[in-house]
Design a binder for this molecule. Sequence first.
Ligand SMILES: [Zn+2]
Length: 385
Amino acid sequence: MNHLKFKKTRLQLLMTVSSLVAGFCLLGDPASAATARHARHAAAEATSVSHVVKHKSNRGNSSRAAKRKRTDSPDARKLFGAQKLPADLPLSSIGTYTNGCLAGASLLPVDGAHYQAMRISRNRFWGHPRTIKYVRDLSDKAHADGWQGTLVGDMGQPRGGPMLTGHASHQIGLDVDLWLTPAPDRKLSDDEREKLDARSGLKVDSAELDPQVWTAAHESFVRDAAQGENVTRVFVTPAIKKALCAKKDPHGADTWWLNRLRPCHSGVCVGHDDHIHVRLSCKPGDKACHNQPAPDAGDGCGSEIDEAMKEVAADPPNKSAARLAAEQAERAKAARHGSGDKAGWEGDHSKVTELEVNPPFPLSKMPAQCKAVLKASSRVPIRGR
Ligand SMILES: [Zn+2]
């Protein structure tokens, strides 16, 4: 497991050659780095867990019947993943963030005044127009507040829906990932957008922020992201919320947005130490779109953060090569003794191949309108750069 070492060497080379700003992302093997990152993201957010629980909780005859039905139904991950263009239908987010699709999607141009889209080859820059407006507005505001430029991760597929790799959510065009690495002061090449990695804001093998990486500009960026129009949730590693809570006004002024920051812990999300995930609300009047229930009231700055921090400390997302190697050895030992965990949603994803990260997603369990979205003819967008 010399992966991290390899990444660091390449980073040092990059920093020397191109004088990129301090704190810019690590260079790494795009396939394995992306797989690990997306595997971490895959346990995804909130309601995704109920999908998994449903899969696991059926027992007995009804379970066998349900299983037969599921097996008979085509895998929606493959059907939606194969779509290259949006459905030529009236705009609508259909279903929930973790079980739905998107009709009439818009495309985020890969370059904006103050943002650059990453991993262009994935074709996941489709979304609801309010998400695209959000990215534009946030990147402009963040730039004005001192964040050099926003690097945009995945939004959704052309017709939304479940994905073969990565996210459990991002299905209705209202989710977007934003890197916690400022863009460099130049336009990245397509190749760099595939290979550069987001940099964790956490210390290695720790749940705590790394002061060598994490800056006031990072905090300002997260605050701007949470305060944006139509935002319902921003998923972050707990240390980020802890840092922002520590600076809140003791008299409760200007704390309304802290409730939107959702610290990752079991059953909610994992990782989110190198990017944040912003979720927007359904557009009013979009009757097919189902908002996630609002989080509990209050700023959420109490003991729940400490609890979440403990969980992260037990299984930190930014692991050293030594720790990764030790964990791999442990898993191999457990597998030899037949007691190894099967890699699943809640299990360790680091050893599963990319195509196995997400479980099959039967089309039959999706909202009925999503079948029409799959069947509709394509709309060719005007592609901007
Ligand atoms: Zn995400």
